[in-house]
Design a protein around this ligand. Structure first.
Ligand code: URA
Length: 229
């Protein structure tokens, strides 16, 4: 069998196994109130992944992410850069709907993040666009709000996966604020350039180990001179 086909079959089956684990997950209180978990949808091999906040009413009913008004806007923005939702992967920080669409709670994010990190590890996207504050803060590990960081890409390591993290406004917020919509449209238009970008050199990735102390640098230099590396 062709190696690429085999790799893809194994990816699809690992994602299916994760989907099945998510569908029966009872790690937090949201299991009591959900209609169903919403795993996420799209291309398992996507280069571009979107991470929203949590399923809302329609997503909880249909089992698919971004199927309401915010989803329609996301699809329009994708169309404007020549993509469909089937060509990207769309997921959320939380896989289950918080009752009444309230904000996710810290312990729910904590309990659910393992699923998102595993999705990223399996899909290996090149660019992860975080939609709004919850996804941005979780994946950047930085509490700075979306208003300050939107449109600023960062080369980061998420688990073992290096991605370009690209925070943008949440489409639901942009639905009601014209000024925010214009900023979201502008940030969205940069996605093709980010997707085409070469991966940055390893030494520019964030979350690299602490700088070496001078004795360690001296030892490294001595080993280099001895031809050890
Ligand atoms: N908002 C989100 O953050 N996610 C969805 O799936 C739908 C709306």
């Amino acid at each position: 069998m062709d190696a690429v086909v085999a790799a893809n079959e194994s990816l699809v089956s690992e994602l299916a196994a994760l989907n099945s684990a998510v569908s029966t997950c009872r790690s937090c209180r949201l299991a009591e109130t959900r209609t169903q978990a919403v795993f996420g949808s799209g291309d398992p091999d996507a280069e571009l992944m979107f991470v929203g906040e949590a399923p809302g009413f329609h997503e909880d009913q249909q089992g698919l992410p971004f199927v309401g008004a915010a989803g329609k806007l996301l699809e329009r923005l994708l169309g404007e850069i020549g993509l469909t939702r089937d060509e990207v992967f769309i997921g959320n920080v939380l896989k289950c709907r918080p009752p009444g669409n309230r904000d996710p709670l810290a312990d729910e994010i904590e309990a659910c993040q393992v699923h998102l990190f595993r999705q990223i590890e399996l899909i290996q996207p090149r660019v992860v666009a975080t939609l709004g504050n919850f996804a941005t803060k979780l994946l950047s590990g930085d509490p700075t709000g979306i208003t300050r960081v939107h449109g600023r890409e960062r080369d980061v390591r998420l688990g073992q996966t290096r991605v370009l993290l690209y925070p943008i406004y949440h489409p639901a917020a942009a639905l009601y604020t014209q000024a925010m919509l214009r900023v979201l449209e502008e940030d969205f238009r940069r996605l093709p350039e980010l997707l085409g970008r070469q991966q940055a050199p390893v030494n520019s990735v964030e979350a690299v180990p602490e700088p070496l102390h001078s004795e360690e640098l001296a030892a490294e230099e001595a080993e280099r001179q001895l031809g050890l590396f």
